[in-house]
Design a protein around this ligand. Structure first.
Ligand SMILES: NC(=O)c1ccc[n+]([C@@H]2O[C@H](COP(=O)([O-])OP(=O)(O)OC[C@H]3O[C@@H](n4cnc5c(N)ncnc54)[C@H](O)[C@@H]3O)[C@@H](O)[C@H]2O)c1
Length: 321
């Protein structure tokens, strides 16, 4: 029995670490693995790292057969997520939608016990609101995703649910807000990389900045925890789960907290990025009650502990190099 983690990036690396802590030897599959970044999170001797392309179904079939895979956690997505998909929609649609369908087909053919797909809170924010007061037979009754990335996540989730209905495939989706945390390679989305750049600059004693806007964030170790709980908990009633920190933060609040943790840190407030058009206004965090009750998920890192852990990771990297 082996767990296959597709995508060895910011979140996939943490999932691998947690699976190792559970006593597994996970198989981690990526089109362009970054072994140095991975090794800073999980001991490479404790995992099987396989290079392969999700868009080549034979690569998937080969790894599932050779490694006797029984469960899959699918984390691969286009570079830079929302902002990346706005710039390069075709490749993002192909990877996020067709790539997920390749996972679902492979899982169906090999009777995989469960597939967990990483989805996103963009499905709450990047929406054109329903009009016509929800009247079901009207053209504008249902909200639609307003970005390419959100459309791919909605499509991929729906196809997973269709495979569950049609073939009994045990498919689950976990929806994360913006994720940040220890990772020294390429990966993540806009907020991931802005927070990473801010922490790196602060630790070098340089002035840094964050956008002012309110954002819902989750630490990567907790995003991974939610995915791992979704992979292993039994007796579930639901298939889609919110996984977050349960809080929203403004740039100013994060900057102040970084200032308390790293004495002398200078973090200015910068204009909001507009890479994917007008930014949604966040007023409340995702409701975590379903994940709490069914997955027994509880975030281990609120913002203060997350920043302390992240800063310690970078200080540790500095000592290694
Ligand atoms: N990072 C965030 O802020 C965030 C927020 C919400 C949801 N998510 C979702 O969580 C998942 C993981 O995000 P992440 O931040 O770890 O991403 P990441 O970019 O760090 O990792 C994704 C990995 O997928 C790999 N990959 C890309 N194309 C591939 C292919 N054709 N075949 C095999 N591997 C391929 C990449 O090489 C990369 O290592 C994604 O599905 C993403 O949409 C992320």
């Amino acid at each position: 029995m082996a767990i296959l983690i597709i995508g060895a990036g910011l979140i996939g690396s943490q999932i691998a670490r947690l699976e190792v802590e559970r006593g597994q030897r996970p198989v981690i599959f990526d089109i362009s693995p970054q072994p140095d970044a991975l090794a800073a999170v999980v001991d490479l001797d404790t995992i099987n790292l396989v290079q392969g392309d999700l868009l080549n179904p034979l690569d998937l079939v080969n790894v599932v057969r050779r490694e006797a895979v029984t469960r899959i956690i699918h984390t691969a997505a286009n570079p830079f997520l929302t902002e990346g998909a706005q710039k390069n929609p075709y490749a993002s649609i192909r990877l996020n939608v067709l790539g997920t369908v390749n996972v679902l087909e492979t899982a169906r053919l090999f009777s995989i016990e469960r597939v967990v797909m990483c989805s996103s809170s963009v499905l709450y924010h990047y929406l054109r609101a329903a009009q016509d007061e929800g009247s079901p037979m009207k053209e504008e009754a249902y909200p639609r995703p307003s970005t390419f990335y959100a459309s791919t996540k909605q499509a991929a989730e729906n196809f997973g649910l269709n495979y569950a209905d049609a073939f009994g495939l045990d498919f689950l989706a976990v929806r994360f807000p913006a994720v940040f945390g220890p990772w020294s390679g390429r990966g993540g989305g806009g907020p991931t990389n802005r927070i990473r750049a801010m922490i790196e600059r602060v630790l070098r004693g340089e002035e840094s900045s964050l956008p002012a806007r309110l954002t819902e964030l989750v630490y990567s170790k907790d995003a991974a925890l939610g995915a791992v709980q979704a992979c292993h908990e039994e007796g579930l009633k639901s298939r889609v789960f919110n996984i977050g920190m349960g809080q929203i933060w403004s740039g100013q609040q994060v900057a102040e907290m970084v200032g308390e943790i790293v004495p002398g840190a200078q973090v200015k407030i910068a204009p909001d990025p507009r890479g994917a058009g007008p930014l949604p206004l966040m007023t409340q965090p995702m409701d975590l009650s379903r994940a709490r009750s069914e997955l027994r998920y509880q975030p281990r890192f609120l913002m203060r502990n997350a920043i302390i852990d992240y800063v310690n990771f970078y200080r540790g990297l500095g000592k290694r190099s």
